[in-house]
Ligand binder design. Structure first.
Ligand SMILES: Nc1ncnc2c1ncn2[C@@H]1O[C@H](COP(=O)(O)OP(=O)(O)OP(=O)(O)O)[C@@H](O)[C@H]1O
Ligand SMILES: [Mg+2]
Length: 265
């Protein structure tokens, strides 16, 4: 099987320090400190309402934290715009896929390539050689990703015709088309039928083992987290209650208690 090429630009750690987000009186994130090392896949787990999606919102510029800081290498990313996060190759998927409903699968995947456009609007209108070259490169990249994500037969279908699981695949394809340096997945396998889920997991495992991408994977299925993420972080009611090697973290009493409601001796 062909491995997707993910050219990435550098090895930088994303450091979150004393990060807080409050909504009125509710602390959705409370003094969270964590370090996301380059090319490592990080599980982010915790019960409903723990603050997982809120953390991804902060790590993509959708939310400005009320306290703390985020640094990408030496660069202070705290409160930067979504565009600045995207330009640095930090890209996210959504718990509910956000796609252009009236457009085709292919057009939606091509949106992921937007950040690579080097030619201006004039060159596009006049179809100058630079634009044509960019477009061919982007089309080829999207075709390859679409094939790998089993979307080859539905490229011309509008999104509104697709099942929920296939929409998820399109969103993941768009994210991969943007060649992320850091990818943030919010429950990518939720709502998929078992066959599709199985395929998705093997695709993600293939990308993970290529070792060229940092990821944060929010997922309730701990077996999936075990398979894809060597390290994990556990949130509970906005607080980071554990982090470390995934197997060890999942065995901790406070994690079992928070996540599964199980209390071991
Ligand atoms: N925009 C908002 N305004 C007010 N409260 C919010 C907002 N977004 C999230 N919250 C609250 O913050 C807390 C954390 O929510 P978040 O969506 O981050 O949880 P989660 O861990 O992703 O949960 P789930 O597993 O259900 O997706 C919850 O109590 C939620 O109700
Ligand atoms: Mg969530």
């Amino acid at each position: 099987m062909k491995t997707l090429e993910m050219p990435l630009k550098g090895d930088v750690t994303l450091n979150l320090e004393n990060l807080s987000v409050s909504f009125g009186g509710l602390m959705a994130l409370n003094d969270v400190t964590m370090s996301l090392k380059p090319n490592v896949w990080n599980g982010l787990i915790g019960p409903n309402g723990a603050g997982k999606t809120t953390l991804l919102n902060v790590l993509s510029g959708f939310l400005v934290p009320t306290g703390g800081s985020i640094h990408l290498g030496d660069e202070n990313m705290t409160g930067q715009s979504t565009q600045n996060w995207v330009e640095r190759g930090i890209l996210r998927g959504f718990q509910m896929p956000r796609l252009l409903e009236g457009e085709t699968v292919f057009v939606n995947i091509m949106l992921g390539r937007h950040r690579f456009l080097s030619s201006g609007l004039g060159a596009q209108i006049l179809r100058l050689p630079q634009y044509m070259a960019d477009e061919k490169r982007d089309r080829d990249a999207c075709m390859e990703i679409a094939e790998r994500l089993l979307l080859g037969d539905v490229l011309e279908e509008p999104i509104s015709n697709l099942t929920f699981g296939t929409r998820r695949l399109v969103e993941i394809a768009r994210l991969l088309a943007a060649e992320p340096k850091i990818a943030l997945f919010d429950e990518p396998a939720a709502g998929m039928d078992p066959d599709l889920r199985h395929e998705l997991v093997s695709i993600l495992a293939e990308i993970q083992s290529a070792g060229k991408i940092t990821a944060v994977l929010v997922e309730h299925d701990v077996d999936l987290v075990r398979r894809l993420c060597p390290v994990s972080h556990v949130l509970d009611a906005g607080r980071l209650i554990a982090h470390g090697a995934t197997d060890e973290v999942l065995g901790l009493q406070q994690v079992q208690q928070a996540y599964f409601g199980v209390d071991h001796d």
